[in-house]
Ligand binder design. Sequence first.
Ligand code: ADP
Ligand code: MG
Length: 280
Amino acid sequence: MSTLEIRNLRAGLPGSDHDILRGIDLTIRSGEVHAVMGPNGSGKSTLSHVLMGKPEYEVRGGTVTLDGVDLLALPTHERAQAGLFLAMQYPTEIPGVRLDELLGEALVAAGRAASPADLTDTIAGQAERIGFDDRFLDRFVNVDLSGGEKKRNETLQLSVLRPRFAILDELDSGLDVDALRAVSRRIEAETNEAGLGVLAITHYKRLLEELRPDVVHVLSRGRIVATGGPDLAEELERTGYAAYADEEAEAQRKADEAAKPTIERPEGFDDPFGDPLADL
Ligand code: ADP
Ligand code: MG
């Protein structure tokens, strides 16, 4: 039994004294599925990025521990080795790196090296379980995949790496009904068979009908403002987020957008968390 514990987590952007995350408290245990829902700009992706250690954000207070290990003190790859996984809202393309190479190295780093033949079998088996066409397996990671195929690719990586906790940032976006069902079944099986704990971030009840959450939280302006059972997602679908959003939030969102720092990137450097559409 593992526990991911987030206590009073506060974070923002360097150079801005506004906190995007304003004191998040969440405890997720093995096998539990927690949904975080919230309006655009409430801080959902920021939460996922801060948990995984995206350098763009400044942590201003609070703690994040996985079985007592201080994750905030670790670089991203060590957080992954400790058992945390992020399925990104916008998965990154990595030209030049094949999926089997990526997964092979990740397993070595986790102390679970697999022989090439075993790795190939594992990847093929997992791909079949989620209906991920094996012609994509030889490609460079996420290169020339559609939005939905990238989301399946993230799920495939999760299935092979078998983390203890997975953050799924809008895994449903870009997936059609059948694909959504297939990836949800796979993740649900992982919660039951291996005790995976899940933090599923979504706008929509659609994902939660497939990946049935134990607990639903509403995030608004960087705070969890409501926590309940699956019925809370039903209620949100009916009422929308109006009760949780307000004009002040919108004004703050615009101020943050305006204060966005320009990041000078050295030639050839690609932020592994970057928005792949940003350069288009
Ligand atoms: P969500 O995923 O809930 O839609 P985000 O976490 O992406 O929201 O963003 C929360 C707020 O923080 C928004 O107002 C957004 O504009 C702002 N924000 C997040 N990251 C950045 C950034 N890198 N630069 C400027 N503003 C940002
Ligand atoms: Mg987001």
